[in-house]
Design a protein around this ligand. Structure first.
Ligand code: ZN
Length: 266
């Protein structure tokens, strides 16, 4: 729903169907800066546009078919434009209900094909009360959706700088949850140990909801794979830099170390 543009470039969906734009009155600036007067981070599609699902849901199916996938990650992160007062369809509506409505719509569609829905967790966390801020949690009143969406949605709980113990919150709400690091190996190792500790310390009903770790990569595959394979001669390689590949390697070294029978087990 969100991430339909990036800085000055609008994504394909809203290029072809500009009528789906939640904020068509927001003009793309000549030079993009953040913050900006429109609060433009990324554009969103309007979840109440009567034709948006005719386009989006067949796309979901096509992608799942091509990849023979039994689960679909719908994103749903960092949706800043939602339920805008000037939108003739969403204006004045409850943003948590709008957000949950879109999750339920995609979930129900996937269910007809026996596919699971995965989403990022940030819009389901209250950014103000938790102090998590407006990126990895919500300042735009979507967080009450956590109690409105189906419990079999898988939550990808991303925290890139600090190992916030939010998986417990999602697990207590009934969701399966994966912790998602990016390029901070110390945080990733802490998050791994947290997942294991949460499993160990929780009631039987909660244990299987802590599903482990999901490494995120926010570059093209090329630089990631070159870095992963240690191509130090590559132009992408910078000594000492925090990267997704190095975080991945550190995390999986730790997983190996913790495996039963490993000599290195502490
Ligand atoms: Zn709208």
């Amino acid at each position: 729903m969100g991430h339909q543009s990036w800085q000055r470039s609008t994504g394909k969906l809203l290029q072809v169907y500009p009528e789906f734009d939640e904020t068509p009155w927001v003009k793309t600036p000549e030079t993009y800066t953040w913050p900006n007067p429109d609060g433009l981070y990324c554009r969103s599609y309007c979840p109440l546009h009567p034709r948006v699902h005719e386009v989006v849901l067949p796309l979901v199916d096509e992608i799942c078919d091509a990849f023979e996938a039994d689960a679909f990650h719908a994103g749903m992160d960092e949706v800043f434009y939602l339920g805008e007062a000037r939108c003739p369809r969403c204006g004045g509506k409850d943003k948590s209900e709008l957000f949950a409505g879109e999750v339920k719509r995609i979930h129900a569609h996937l269910q007809t094909r026996q596919r699971e829905l995965w989403i990022w967790g940030d819009r389901l966390l209250d950014g103000r009360t938790t102090g998590l801020g407006e990126w990895e949690a919500s300042f735009n009143d979507t967080h009450r959706a956590v109690d409105l969406i189906p419990q079999d949605v898988v939550i990808c709980d991303w925290h890139y700088e600090r190992p916030d113990p939010t998986p417990v919150y999602f697990a207590m709400k009934g969701f399966r949850v994966l912790t998602c690091p990016w390029r901070n190996p110390e945080a990733a190792v802490r998050q791994l140990h947290d997942q294991l500790r949460f499993r160990e310390q929780s009631a039987t009903a909660m244990k299987p909801r802590f599903r482990g770790m999901l490494q995120t990569v926010w570059s093209d595959p090329g630089p990631f794979l070159r870095d992963l394979r240690g191509h130090k001669e590559s132009a992408d390689y910078k000594q000492g830099e925090l990267t997704a590949a190095r975080c991945f390697l550190r995390l999986f070294d730790e997983i190996q170390r913790l495996k039963p029978g490993s000599d290195a087990k502490p």
